[in-house]
Design a protein around this ligand. Sequence first.
Ligand code: C2O
Ligand code: CU
Length: 492
Amino acid sequence: VAGVATVVLLTAACGALPGSVTSVDAVTFDQELAIPPLAESEVVDGVRTFSLTAQEGTTSFAPATERGTQTETWGFDGAYLGPTLRAERGERVAVDVANELDETTSVHWHGMHLPPAMDGGPHQEIEPGGTWRPTWEVDQPGATLWYHPHPHGETEEHVYRGLAGMFILDDDATRAADLPSGYGVDDVPVIVQDKVFDDAGQLDLTDDGGEPGTLGGVVMANGTVGAYHEVTTERVRLRLLNGSTARTYTFGFPDRSFDLVASDGGLLEAPLERDQVRLAPGERAEIVVTMAAGETTRLASTETDLGSVAVPFAMGGNDAFDVLELRAADELTPSPEPAWEPSQHADGDALDAADATVTRTFELDERRINGERMDPGRIDEVATVGDTEIWEVRSTVPMPHSFHVHDVQFRVLSIDGGPPPEELVGRKDTVYLEPRRTYRLLMRFEDYSDDAVPYMYHCHMLRHEDEGMMGQFVVVEPGSDATPGPLQGAAG
Ligand code: C2O
Ligand code: CU
């Protein structure tokens, strides 16, 4: 699989004729992988302060589009995607967000434990020309998080146009770990997205009624189609983020296994050797790949096993794509074997199912959760700060979902009563729901309460979210008389 190999781009689920092949193209992997720049920050009065501006721009997606074609895109501080924010556990951070778009947007810190008014969901919208300055203390293990807009009903479009970026958290454990850590060199962000382009080379957000939303025949990493990365070390760490709006991927390599080292919320107990890792929209995984001098391999997504139930329509899993070529130099700098002290990670926020005092049930059909569509004026659940809870979540239809809860990292306790696979044992904020299986998630709400500002839970297949598959919960102090129902002070 050297540089001459090609990948066939198929537009299977979203062409003019449903199911037909509308574009077949040979892509050579000859574009250097774009690395999102690290965001600059300034420490002002002890607060690490970033700024982000949502703006319009144009981007070349050659070779998916003709060379010379400029595609209209949106980005933070640039034309497409945004810089990588990076902060340390224990730091107070602030972000000055400016909206230079013609539309209202918001910026949500996906995976972050923070007060609900700082969360960036649909209740913290930023008007065109407006600014917003959330601030919070980073108080969770080192992890690969991300940020993206969350405006009511418009999240799919805003993310699809390009608004997204990584937010890396570091802590003593991640710093001391034997893991590649040279940003953009051997510690590489890889934001994977799929797109459809129209004949003019513009982004097409096709709504052909297909499930679970727009599935593109072009797959890109950090906005680069046909990307390669030069590897100069024996091992390279890829921080994989499924930043797609609908597609689920199963990542792996044709010729080697890898070490899975972290999931959504940070390091696993120990590295897990794997051939594949499945990521639904919103999920992350950190993997470490070992290379020999002079060789080339490709990160690819193979057909996704959608779960135990046959799905009678295109679900975005059954396409195979090459994503990123890794080219090892003729001499490689030695890298240590991935390792870290498990005790460094057991940091007091371990969850114990025996502490659970509340169990809630969430049944997801095509677009509703427990029979309801999202209403920003309605509180669906009231949780109490300090409580440990079990959420039983199930897709009741032959359709998978990607279930995400704001503010917390949860643990997958069981799937249909059995133990989850090892790769789901770590800290998670988003989990792929195979159809008609019951996932028990263990979580605890800590530190922040506010009976007037809700957090969200929703499907991260963004058309599902926008079309109503989302609910709201508040976290209140013990003894509060808050109940589900109309949101206090909501405009309606
Ligand atoms: Cu990544 Cu509520 O979203
Ligand atoms: Cu869904």
